[in-house]
Design a binder for this molecule. Structure first.
Ligand code: SF4
Length: 324
């Protein structure tokens, strides 16, 4: 495959399991936060990843950046398998993969000025002082902040401004791939659109590739080219963004869409019963589909055999025993 056609990031059968240390779960029980996930992200695209809190989407995103060791599987970044690389081997690749985290209040060191925060990754990766200064000023301008903000501390900014600082910091070392881990969740609705616009403008200008994580489908709608839906550590549906909204296939995706608030009061919400019910949990060793206990369409086969991901129309994949 030529370099241009090769996905920038691809994961195959990625697993990340944790072992309970006691407490609510019996000691030693395996919690399968990510349970055999495979997908590709093409250069220049935004892949949206959605699912309820605790479904493993943040763990998956952080595993793809090798922020911790994985249990098993492959992670290919620009053709290199980084899954088992040591920290020393990863260091030259680190500047090509950066992250913007959910909470702009805790992700920025309160004792550093904006200038220090944005310049720090460049220091680590050996940029000269002159480059650090120039690039910090340029990036601050690109995210809509001013030169006079350089010597201020994070507590002097609003949540939206802090997220702009986080974006400038992540982009300082010229990454190609950026994990956006729920970057809008802690922001007011009025500020969310501004941050999305900044991310989109920067993507166009710098040719960035994003993995954009959110807990509901309304947030990823406008920014994603393709969307993956995750449930209890597994991907259950992947489709181009427009297709997922117009023809959601998996019962869980349909339930998530039904839970998105609609601005028109004349339109009644679908019953959200599908999103209630007993959840087997990520420690479940039951065979079959993990959504079984909440699915209104569950059949005997769903309880005994796990459905594989299948292409149901060009580029649209779902893991379900229904004839979708
Ligand atoms: Fe529902 Fe069965 Fe499809 Fe799972 S495999 S989503 S239980 S119909």
């Amino acid at each position: 495959m030529s370099e241009q056609n090769r996905p920038l990031v691809s994961v195959r059968e990625l697993h990340k399991h944790y072992h309970a240390q006691g407490g609510l779960l019996r000691k030693g029980v395996a919690v399968k936060a990510v349970d055999g996930v495979s997908f590709d992200i093409q250069r220049g695209e935004t892949f949206g990843l959605v699912g309820e809190s605790g479904c493993g989407k943040s763990t998956l995103g952080r595993a793809m950046l090798r922020l911790f060791d994985i249990t098993s599987g492959e992670i290919h970044f620009d053709g290199q398998d980084i899954a088992q690389m040591s920290e020393k081997q990863l260091k030259p690749l680190r500047k090509r993969m950066q992250a913007i985290f959910q909470d702009p209040y805790s992700s920025l060191n309160p004792g550093m000025t904006v200038q220090q925060l944005v310049a720090e990754p460049m220091q680590i990766h050996g940029y000269s002082r002159e480059e650090q200064r120039e690039r910090t000023e340029t990036l601050l301008y690109k995210v809509g902040l001013k030169q006079e903000h350089l010597q201020r501390f994070p507590h002097e900014f609003s949540g939206g401004q802090r997220q702009r600082i986080s974006i400038a910091r992540a982009l300082s070392v010229r990454p190609e791939f950026v994990l956006c881990d729920e970057p809008l969740s802690a922001l007011d609705v009025s500020v969310q659109a501004q941050v999305v616009n900044i991310l989109q403008d920067l993507q166009q200008e710098l040719g960035l590739t994003y993995l954009f994580i959110a807990h509901d489908l309304s947030m990823v709608r406008h920014i994603s080219s393709r969307i993956g839906v995750m449930y209890l550590g597994k991907l259950v549906e992947v489709a181009p963004a427009g297709e997922l909204y117009s023809h959601p296939a998996h019962p869980y995706t349909r339930a998530l869409l039904a839970a998105v608030p609609l601005p028109d009061p004349r339109i009644r919400h679908l019953d959200q019963a599908t999103l209630r019910g007993e959840i087997p949990g990520p420690t479940s060793t039951l065979p079959g589909c993990k959504f079984c206990s909440r699915c209104p369409h569950a059949m005997p086969v769903c309880r005994s055999q796990e459905p594989a991901m299948q292409e149901i129309s060009p580029g649209h994949f779902a893991a379900c025993w229904l004839d979708l």
